[in-house]
Design a binder for this molecule. Structure first.
Ligand code: CA
Length: 236
């Protein structure tokens, strides 16, 4: 038995699937490839992989259907890898339960970084299931102190409001992953929130003014245009 992570690659273009498979194997992962949706569901149910890379445009079914099917019974991380660049496709995939989204063409270092982030979040989920959000999150000169409920930049209190703090804390908890506007709004303002994205944009503008060295080129909280926000990876 190998104790490497097993990644199922769902991709109907053979040149892409063999390339991705080779890259992942060279980086210490085991891989299996499915070239259509039916094969994908069989592989995922029978092998319980550690992660799924999912193309949305498949010959026999839409990848969106695979996300919905798999999410019915499994929390395996799913990273959508798709040529579809429309924002609503990304949002739909993320809201159906995909963990992340990469647009083709992509760089291999980006792909590997996203895979490692998704796997790390599974470990966090499993290892600290019941643990409260305590301690400190660091990235660059930014520090989120979950006990004091404060955010510091270069050791100085950024004086965030309650909601600004909650947004930063939420994004830091999922650092490296994109969270959709809707999921952030629901989390901060409640499941029945009537707020549109505007209130989030206003909060984000204020947050950035307080924590980013340059609001024009955010270093800590990146915008995924039309989709959501992504906090930079945490550092130990
Ligand atoms: Ca395809």
């Amino acid at each position: 038995m190998s104790n490497k992570y097993l990644i199922v690659i769902v991709e109907d273009e053979y040149n892409i699937s063999s390339f991705v498979s080779a890259v992942l194997q060279a980086n210490g992962f085991d891989t299996m490839v499915a070239h259509n949706g039916a094969e994908a569901i069989i592989l995922i149910t029978s092998h319980c992989p550690d992660l799924v890379l999912l193309d949305l445009g498949l010959p026999d079914m839409d990848g969106q259907g695979i996300i919905e099917n798999v999410r019915g019974w499994s929390n395996v991380p799913i990273i959508v890898v798709s040529a579809r660049t429309r924002e609503r496709d990304k949002v739909k995939a993320l809201e159906s339960g995909a963990d992340d989204y990469i647009t083709k063409p992509f760089g291999t270092s980006e792909l590997l970084a996203r895979i490692r982030t998704a796997l790390r979040h599974v470990q966090l989920r499993e290892g600290e299931q019941a643990q409260r959000q305590t301690g400190v999150f660091h990235t660059g000169d930014l520090e989120v102190d979950y006990d004091k409920r404060r955010v510091y930049v270069n050791g100085e209190d950024a004086h965030l409001t309650q909601n600004e703090y909650k947004i930063v804390a939420l994004l830091s908890k999922y650092s490296g992953r994109v969270l959709t506007y809707d999921s952030i709004i629901k989390h901060i303002w409640g499941p029945n929130a009537k707020q549109g994205n505007q209130i989030l944009r206003v909060n984000m503008a204020n947050i950035r003014r307080k924590i980013e060295p340059s609001t024009a080129e955010p270093r800590y909280i990146m915008t995924e245009m039309g989709v959501g926000y992504r906090m930079a990876e945490g550092e130990d």
